[in-house]
Ligand binder design. Structure first.
Ligand SMILES: *Cc1c(COP(=O)(O)O)cnc(C)c1O
Length: 258
């Protein structure tokens, strides 16, 4: 069966619904968590520009892409440039060192959530320094589930990577930690172990940097579990299908769009 393509009305409804649910989940957080509303990153991968502009017009500013080339294409798209002047792009997928120049050239690049090694951090630092004034925000991605196919650094490497960014990468601003976690975890089974793990990693990192945990963001939570992630203290949720609907396989959607 072919699924109906989401319309601009549908995605705006999806956005409102997700924002409402984030609000409800925020109000359920324990009192010792900072009282800030988590940032919503609308993950627009495989989705066409018309849907991005529709969600932007409804007030959404932060958008996430996980493939560098798709991010580059969308950020340079003339319609996006004209209609979404204040868009803030997040790169949430794996970044190879030889693609850092493409990323630093993205108009509206706001945050690279997927730094996972010292060499990548250094490459990004150098590229940003050649390109722009000020600092580029980055998160360090942690492979909390330890699955071989997941990117992100190992738990035991995190502090070393973070320290490298903070001490040696003057063009980067370290803002927090990101994890994807195991797919398909059922939140009714209790707190997601990957999110518990990210909270622990943050504690370690904060101890070694001598900063308060409230100073470091946590990017965790996707369509199937963002409410639980928010209740656990997520400050940045990355949500695709709950806003934009089901995704076709990448190759197929490219053909559909062209
Ligand atoms: C695709 C993707 C998401 C969003 O996934 P949904 O389940 O559609 O919300 C979040 N984070 C990353 C890293 C992704 O690649």
């Amino acid at each position: 069966m072919i699924r109906a393509v989401m319309s601009e009305v549908d995605v705006v409804k999806g956005l409102k619904n997700v924002l409402e649910r984030i609000g409800v989940a925020s109000s359920k957080r324990s009192e010792n968590l900072p009282n800030i509303t988590p940032r919503l990153v609308a993950v627009s991968k495989t989705k066409p520009v018309e849907l991005i502009t529709a969600v932007y017009n409804a007030g959404q500013r932060h958008f996430g892409e996980n493939y560098v080339q798709e991010l580059v294409d969308k950020a340079h798209n003339p319609e996006v440039r004209a209609k979404c002047p204040d868009v803030r792009w997040h790169l949430i997928g794996h970044l190879q060192r030889n693609k850092v120049n493409k990323v630093v050239g993205v108009p509206g690049i706001h945050l690279v959530e997927s730094v996972d090694s010292r060499t990548l951090a250094s490459a990004l630092d150098a590229a940003w320094g050649r390109r722009a004034a000020g600092q580029l925000r980055v998160m360090v991605q942690v492979n909390t589930s330890g699955e071989a196919e997941k990117s992100g650094c190992k738990r035991e490497e995190v502090t070393e990577v973070v320290k490298h960014v903070v001490e040696n990468c003057t063009n980067l601003q370290f803002v927090g930690l990101m994890t994807i976690g195991k797919y398909g975890y059922d939140p009714s089974q209790g707190p997601n172990p990957d999110y518990v793990s990210l909270l622990e990693v943050r504690k370690d990192v904060c101890l070694s940097l001598g900063v308060d945990p409230s100073q470091l963001e946590l990017s965790m939570g996707m369509s199937d579990d963002f409410e639980q992630a928010v209740e656990m203290g997520s400050t940045n949720v990355r949500i695709g299908s709950a806003i934009f609907g089901h995704r076709e396989k990448k190759q197929k959607s490219i053909t559909e769009e062209s």
